[in-house]
Design a protein around this ligand. Structure first.
Ligand SMILES: Nc1ncnc2c1ncn2[C@@H]1O[C@H](COP(=O)(O)OP(=O)(O)O)[C@@H](O)[C@H]1O
Ligand SMILES: [Mg+2]
Length: 226
């Protein structure tokens, strides 16, 4: 599903913030991305969800070298990816329901099917009372949940989530992880960057550990020596 071979990335003329990153994420797997703040987690995820192309090395996604695909193909690939941005990126003039419905409308779903599906998902993430609220009237944690619902609503082939439980309490955090696991069971490949060590240890999915721009470990956290 995702393959990195000797990937480097720099912003503009700045220093290389990812160096020689090689990794492989099989279709249908669930991975955590961990590492200290500034290690390059968000940048790595941006390469995975096609916000950036690598400045060196090769990123292969859905079997395609992302540096060689056309703009049209890139757009088609992006529609197969659900993204939970660290800063949410909700559309300010659209209600919670309409933000979450957006990917379905873009995909051409029928309005009759959209309404119920979106409401049910928003209730599941605990926002049943805020269906028509504008993002600016919601707390950070609530906005985060709207952005998660939007990312998963059309069952993407790949879900990339950047610290998706950073702004919610534990109970909601676990509920959101169950949502990701459910999606994963249905076939979505899931990548979650997180600081939550308890979650990483308890769920025991393989971990990609980033330190200072390089992947220093890949494997199960629980099996690493203490
Ligand atoms: N848009 C940007 N322009 C320039 N430098 C950036 C930009 N975004 C991130 N960086 C730098 O890249 C490095 C890695 O950042 P980031 O990928 O956000 O790490 P993390 O998500 O692990 O905290 C940091 O040194 C950060 O300052
Ligand atoms: Mg980050």
């Amino acid at each position: 599903m995702i393959q990195f071979d000797g990937v480097g990335y720099r912003y503009g003329r700045g220093p290389e913030i990812l160096r020689g990153v090689s990794l492989s994420v099989p279709r249908g797997s669930f991975h955590f991305v961990v590492g200290p703040s500034g290690a390059g987690k968000s940048s790595l995820l941006k390469l995975m969800y096609l916000a950036h192309r690598p400045t060196s090395g090769t990123v292969t996604l859905f079997g395609r070298d992302v540096s060689r695909v056309s703009r049209a193909e890139m757009a088609r690939m992006r529609r197969r990816i659900g993204v939970v941005f660290q800063d949410f990126r909700l559309i300010e003039h659209l209600s919670a329901v309409d933000n979450v419905a957006l990917p379905l409308r873009i995909a051409g779903a029928k309005e009759g099917q959209i309404r119920d599906h979106v409401r049910e998902l928003l209730r599941w993430v605990g926002l049943g009372d805020q269906l028509d609220a504008l993002p600016s009237t919601l707390s950070g944690g609530e906005q985060q949940r709207v952005s998660i619902a939007r990312a998963v609503i059309n069952r993407p082939d790949l879900l990339v989530a950047d610290e998706p439980t950073g702004n919610v309490d534990d109970e909601i955090g676990w509920r959101l992880m169950r949502l990701f696991e459910e999606l994963n069971r249905l076939g979505t490949t899931v990548i979650v960057a997180t600081h939550n060590e308890t979650m990483i240890r308890r769920l025991d999915y393989p971990v990609l550990r980033l330190e200072a721009g390089s992947v220093t470990a890949a494997g199960h956290q629980a099996r690493r020596p203490a």
